[in-house]
Design a binder for this molecule. Structure first.
Ligand code: T3D
Length: 258
């Protein structure tokens, strides 16, 4: 059977491809649970230094598979806690960089997924829609957390109310992504970017991610204390020794296999 999430590990980059292209990779439970499992596996896999989440075909993820909801035994809250919420928590919690590589349309929970990455790379063919209000639902899977932090309350409310498609040019302008690459070379550009990130000290980046996530909801005083705590861990690790030694020897550091 074709996997709903395909895995490929190349040069330290683990690419997880949502694989229901005929439905623009709309998410059913199998896809969400498999993606979360793949991230858990990646957490323990030292060869996976950077994780890329992308979509097969012309879509990134069209959100909840609307053909999969009728007759469901779980309520909405229970369903979110069973599927989407563990996924989003894992993406933010895994101490490795996660790139969301948005190859096409990202809608509903797919838009939330697109925003959840540490680095967001978009194809010039990518579009983004906070589509929930079209079916009279509330934005979920982290959209109400991520989007106002990027664009402010008012623009977030407008995007959520009118459910208008944002194209790649506007996505970049609004800060919904870090870079836009041409659709024709998107996969290769994402791989090259991710390989560059994979040469960085991923353990230190994992701690950086932990510090940033905590700082987003705390005070400066809390952040200063937590930085000091994490610096103790980073500064006593082999990555730091290698960084220092490379600086002294005037060469590029090699952080792999540390
Ligand atoms: O616990 C819970 O259940 C609550 C959780 C909610 C989380 C959510 O994500 S709610 C939001 C759910 N998603 C949507 O409402 C999006 C619905 N889709 C669309 O609005 C549009 O398809 C898009 C804007 C995403 C893309 O438009 P377009 O014109 O590029 O493509 P299309 O022709 O509409 O779609 C192509 C095919 O994908 C089509 O199938 P067909 O006709 O070729 O057989 C379409 O039905 C299918 N598809 C698209 N989105 C979904 C989908 N099939 C199932 N579920 C989808 N979400």
């Amino acid at each position: 059977a074709v996997p709903v999430v395909a895995r490929a590990l190349v040069n330290g980059v683990l690419t997880l491809t949502l694989n229901r292209p005929d439905k623009l990779n709309a998410a059913n439970d199998a896809l969400l649970l498999e993606l979360t499992k793949a991230l858990r596996d990646a957490e323990r896999d030292a060869d996976a230094r950077v994780i890329v989440i992308t979509g097969a075909g012309r879509g990134f993820c069209a959100g909840q598979d609307l053909g999969d909801v009728s007759g469901r035994s779980m309520g909405f809250a229970e369903h979110l806690e069973h599927t989407y919420n563990p996924l989003i928590r894992k993406i933010r919690g895994i101490e490795k960089p996660v790139i969301t590589a948005v190859n096409g349309v990202a809608a509903g929970a797919g838009a939330s997924l697109a925003l959840s990455g540490d680095i967001r790379l978009w194809s010039s063919a990518a579009t983004f829609i906070e589509v929930f209000s079209n079916i009279a639902l509330v934005p979920d899977s982290g959209s109400t957390y991520f989007l106002p932090r990027l664009v402010g309350y008012h623009r977030a409310f407008e995007l959520m109310s009118l459910a208008e498609r944002v194209n790649a040019e506007d996505g970049l302008r609004l800060g919904l992504c870090e870079h836009v690459f041409p659709a024709e070379t998107f996969a290769a550009d994402v791989q090259a970017y991710a390989e560059r990130l994979a040469t960085r000290p991923v353990r230190a980046l994992g701690l950086t991610k932990r510090a940033l996530n905590k700082a987003l909801s705390g005070t400066l005083d809390d952040a200063l204390t937590y930085e000091a705590h994490l610096q103790q861990a980073a500064g006593t690790h082999a990555e730091h020794q290698e960084g220092l030694q490379a600086f002294r020897e005037k060469r590029a550091p090699d952080f792999r296999n540390l």
